[in-house]
Design a protein around this ligand. Structure first.
Ligand SMILES: [Zn+2]
Ligand SMILES: [Zn+2]
Length: 255
């Protein structure tokens, strides 16, 4: 396996490395979604709303997302600094905790991130905070896959904040962190896709109802003050913040 221990000790290099990784993943996932799904005949019946955003807005989403990765890179450099100070729980020896822990740590990262996202998202929706942090992301009222990281710099810092938090909280192998970042990018693109591919009854299923859908986040961009969650639906269920028509809206697409 590629040895990351040298890279992580060099703040500038590691920041640059993180920039490259997040950029490539974004271009790959959003690019594939845009090329294969967006405005294609075969996918038309899966489209959540029949209207499409302006090309200008799509370019705005793209440029903002690229800009966001600068803050992700700076966070990478910050993690490298913390690592050199011996403050993180990043471990390099895969056998130290074994494969089971490695897998569990990815799920744990997703659960912690989901909670972090829900509450910081709600914070950024506070009237006094919204214009400074979150307004840029909501310029997309009908997002394209390119909107996944379309943030104001202040929001970028909040979103990137999950990474130092995770490496301070519990032991994480760099490969676990990489898989977590890939899942995060993939599901973020899915949330902004504008197409719903999940099957009929998904939002009412005893198990799958705890997972979010593309419709869920699309409704957040349409109606603002609802559907705040990222990967899972439990916080929206506990806090009763799902849109009151979420299930019926989903049903109109999957009758
Ligand atoms: Zn969004
Ligand atoms: Zn929002």
């Amino acid at each position: 396996m590629f040895d990351l221990s040298f890279l992580i000790q060099k703040p500038f290099l590691f920041g640059f490395f993180i920039f490259g990784i997040v950029l490539i993943r974004y271009l790959l996932f959003a690019g594939l979604a845009y090329l294969i799904v967006w405005k294609r005949k075969w996918s038309d019946k899966f489209r959540i709303r029949q209207i499409y955003p302006d090309q200008k807005i799509i370019l705005y989403e793209f440029l903002n997302s690229i800009h966001t990765f600068i803050y992700f890179a700076l966070t990478g450099s910050f993690i490298s600094y913390l690592y050199n100070q011996g403050l993180t729980q990043i471990y390099m020896d895969f056998d130290r905790f074994g494969g089971l822990y490695f897998t569990a740590s990815i799920f744990l990262a997703l659960i912690v991130h989901d909670t972090y996202f829900y509450w910081t998202h709600r914070f950024m929706h506070l009237k006094k905070i919204f214009p400074y942090f979150h307004k840029v992301h909501h310029k997309s009222v009908n997002p394209s896959p390119w909107a996944a990281f379309s943030f104001h710099p202040l929001e970028s810092i909040v979103e990137a904040g999950i990474l130092p938090l995770l490496v301070l909280l519990f032991p994480l192998h760099p490969y676990a962190l990489s898989i977590f970042l890939a899942v995060m990018t993939l599901l973020n693109v899915e949330g902004h896709l504008g197409y719903e591919f999940y099957p009929k009854g998904f939002t009412r299923h005893f198990f799958w109802k705890y997972f979010n859908t593309s419709t869920h986040h699309n409704m957040h961009h349409q109606f603002f003050s609802c559907n705040y969650g990222l990967y899972f639906n439990w916080w929206d269920q506990i806090m009763k913040t799902n849109h009151k028509n979420y299930h019926s809206y989903f049903k109109t697409m999957r009758p």
